[in-house]
Design a protein around this ligand. Structure first.
Ligand SMILES: *Cc1c(COP(=O)(O)O)cnc(C)c1O
Length: 475
């Protein structure tokens, strides 16, 4: 490291900058700085105003095309005008999942330190495919996977890979299971997220290898139904292979009975995959760890830090507790793998999923865990669970108006207006969302329409919840 050209750069020596082109396509360094600072100001200003903008705004296709399209720009257009247009039109017309009254589907309350990590990775054009080409970012990814596994209470041998989201996290776990155990039947329930059957079909599971079991009255998988289905399939000459359990369903926050399912998988020699895309982060708190007991016995676990770990899109994770299982499924050059084993920690992340050239999604999690510390994450996740409990209490204050259909579970509560049908619920949700005050969606439980709040934004207040419920009841 004594040759100055081989020393990593320091960033406090700006006076010594050489006089060379700064931008591949010709922006001047001073302009790059001016535009960059402007972007920071726009992002921070918007963060300060986010409770005032509509929680969701959807544009008409013809209006959006008229504003954003036009002929191919042959000549340069003022970048400041484009930044303004981007903020005022393109980025204004979306769901603002970090708005304190965005309660629909799953919010995305991203934290600023995570956004900084994302910007740095993009600014340095980081790739994290091979150890040789990305040893620094690869170590960051290894470190955040260890930190995540520790926070979630997963075993010490846990390995993983960062991906674009829960869909890819689940797909990657399924592919590892299939590579380890071969083809066979996968068991899930009618409460399993819709992307999971799609993943299985994409991987080539036949229709009769996707066994969708009816959930119990509390919307959880029944261990008895699972045992019976496995026995029935074996008797019919099929080969049970994997159970897909949900740790926090998107509909209700319900957790399948993980300890019993893990026992069944151990006894039957099946792979246990846990879809924790929504709920797994709850396990970083003592209350959530208790609700998710048994998750640590998963062979593979998917989770979505862009949901409940305050990361900007996109960031999903696949963790496996069978060392080498990801490489066994995805390594494209087995001779390469020998080097990996020799080098221990020198992981080629391009050998752990379908993504080869891939950006470093670990930087944002690394930056935010260091900036805030794990305890602030725990407090923020706990607050999300408490807010759903608060919403449930507020609903129960007016039993003549509201019925609580599923209690607060991992930050989600489902409820109904007394006497309302699907049309009335949808009209109430639409009116509140179109007013811009809040964003609420309905869902369907066993054919019954319900309203639903997902309350994982730690900036949400009691007034936000009361105000939203009052407006829903008034429609
Ligand atoms: C959101 C979600 C998914 C899909 O994750 P994406 O990040 O949207 O791809 C899968 N399962 C559950 C339980 C989810 O909540």
């Amino acid at each position: 490291m004594s040759d100055p050209a081989r020393r990593p750069p320091r960033f406090d020596a700006l006076a010594d900058l050489p006089d060379v082109p700064a931008d591949t396509l010709g922006l001047e360094a001073e302009e790059m700085r001016r535009l960059g600072y402007r972007v920071v100001d726009m992002v921070v200003d918007r963060a300060m105003r986010r409770g005032q903008e509509p929680a969701i705004l959807t544009g008409a296709p013809e209006d959006l095309r008229a504003a954003l399209g036009g002929p191919l720009p042959e000549a340069p257009i003022d970048p400041e005008a484009s930044l303004d247009l981007m903020a005022e039109v393109a980025l204004a017309h979306q769901q603002h999942g970090d708005h304190p009254r965005y309660f629909a589907r799953v919010p995305g309350p991203a934290a600023f330190a995570a956004i900084l990590g994302e910007w740095m990775g993009t600014g340095f054009n980081t790739i994290c495919a091979s150890w040789g080409g990305a040893s620094g970012p690869a170590m960051v990814e290894l470190v955040v996977i260890d930190w995540l596994a520790e926070m979630l209470g997963m075993p010490a041998e846990t390995e993983g890979v960062l991906l674009s989201g829960g869909s890819m996290g689940n797909l990657t776990g399924f592919a590892a299971a299939r590579a380890a155990l071969g083809p066979g039947v996968a068991y899930l329930t009618d409460q399993t997220h819709a992307s999971l059957p799609r993943n299985l079909r994409t991987l080539g599971f036949a229709q009769e290898e996707i066994a969708k079991l009816p959930a119990e009255a509390d919307w959880r998988m029944s261990a008895d139904t699972l045992r019976a289905a496995i026995a029935r399939d074996r008797a019919a000459g099929r080969r049970p292979m994997m159970v897909v359990a949900t740790a926090g369903s998107t509909n209700t926050g319900a957790v399948d009975p993980l300890p019993e399912i893990a026992e069944i998988c151990a006894a039957e020699g099946l792979w246990l995959h846990v879809d924790g895309a929504y709920g797994a982060p709850a396990a970083i708190t003592p209350e959530g760890r208790a609700a998710l007991a048994g998750m640590e016995r998963a062979d593979s676990l998917a989770l979505d830090p862009h949901k409940w770990l305050f990361q900007p899109y996109d960031l999903g994770v696949c963790l496996v507790t069978r060392p080498g299982a990801l490489e066994a499924a995805f390594a494209i050059s087995p001779e390469y793998l020998r080097d990996v084993r020799q080098a221990g920690d020198a992981v080629n992340f391009g050998n752990r999923s379908l993504e080869l050239s891939r950006r470093s999604r670990a930087l944002k999690l690394w930056m935010s865990l260091r900036t805030y510390g794990a305890d602030r994450f725990r407090a923020a996740v706990r607050r999300g669970m408490e807010l759903a409990e608060l919403a449930e209490r507020v609903l129960r204050e007016r039993p003549g108006t509201w019925e609580v259909v599923t209690p607060a579970q991992l930050g989600i509560v489902c409820f109904a207006l007394r006497g309302a049908d699907a049309g009335k619920h949808e009209a109430a949700a639409r009116a509140v969302s179109e007013s811009g005050y809040a964003c609420v969606t309905t869902t369907s439980l066993g054919g019954r329409s319900v309203l639903r709040l997902c309350t994982i934004n730690p900036l949400t207040t009691e007034d936000d919840i009361r105000g939203t419920l009052e407006r829903l009841a008034a429609v």
